[in-house]
Ligand binder design. Structure first.
Ligand code: GRF
Length: 226
């Protein structure tokens, strides 16, 4: 049965675009049934519409507090009956009620090698710390911000002369392989959260997550097979 995927965004939606493109090769496996955005006018909304995906804007500024907003968001999401919810640059801290409601169905992509650099401004923080590598992580969402079980990480070297912008560009390039890979694993029933642990093909994923470079064969557009 085709997996119903819902994507939450706030911004330009390049990750959303990568997810859309990767599903084109395997349309029967899963479909993005809706995109929900909290920022009116975000470019990602246009990307959804161009792909004929229903796009809903739910502006957080129209709600008095986080609880009321998340309640409205949950109602909107549940209307589409998704099997999987992907946070793709959704710049909101989610309430406990929201996270618990979608436990095991909620993935996030974060621009750092988690558990390092949770939160914002990760590219600047990597430079400030003088680190030699950086990257991005896909993980299950649990109550701790950017803290749920790691699934898969992509690494890039930090080069002389790198700026936050140059790092962001190279990290995003990797993200556009990383997130589709994790999405396809979930859609195929291979990736699950079991007893608070991320599992792929029934085996517990190590705490530091899997390495994108170990799955190069899965990255061809027509692949994603086991
Ligand atoms: C990505 O770098 C992602 O890691 C972070 O927000 C950014 C979203 O970019 N959570 P885009 O909107 O997908 O282009």
């Amino acid at each position: 049965m085709s997996c119903r995927i819902l994507v939450l965004i706030s911004g330009s939606g390049t990750n959303l675009q990568a997810l859309i493109d990767s599903l084109r090769a395997r349309p029967t496996e899963g479909q993005i049934v809706a995109v929900v955005c909290n920022r009116p006018g975000a470019l990602g909304i246009e990307r959804a519409r161009n792909a004929n995906i229903p796009a809903v804007t739910l502006d957080h500024k129209d709600y008095p507090d986080r609880e009321t907003y998340d309640q409205a968001l949950m109602e909107q999401i549940d209307h589409f009956e998704p099997d999987l919810i992907l946070l793709a640059g959704f710049m909101r801290i989610l309430t406990e009620k929201f996270v618990s409601h979608y436990r095991g169905l909620l993935l996030n992509i974060h621009p750092s090698l988690l558990p390092k650099h949770k939160g914002l401004h990760t590219h600047q923080r990597v430079l400030d710390a003088g680190e030699g590598e950086h990257g991005s992580t896909v993980h299950f969402v649990t109550l701790e911000l950017d803290g749920g079980p790691l699934i898969v990480r992509a690494r890039i070297p930090v080069l002389a002369g790198d700026t936050p912008a140059s790092l962001a560009a190279r990290v995003q390039e990797q993200e556009h392989h990383l997130y589709p890979l994790a999405m396809h694993w979930f859609v195929q029933g291979r990736l699950r959260l079991i007893d608070d642990q991320a599992c792929l093909d029934g085996s517990v994923i190590p705490p530091e997550g899997l390495k994108l470079e170990d799955f190069n064969n899965d990255l061809r557009e027509d692949s994603y097979a086991s």
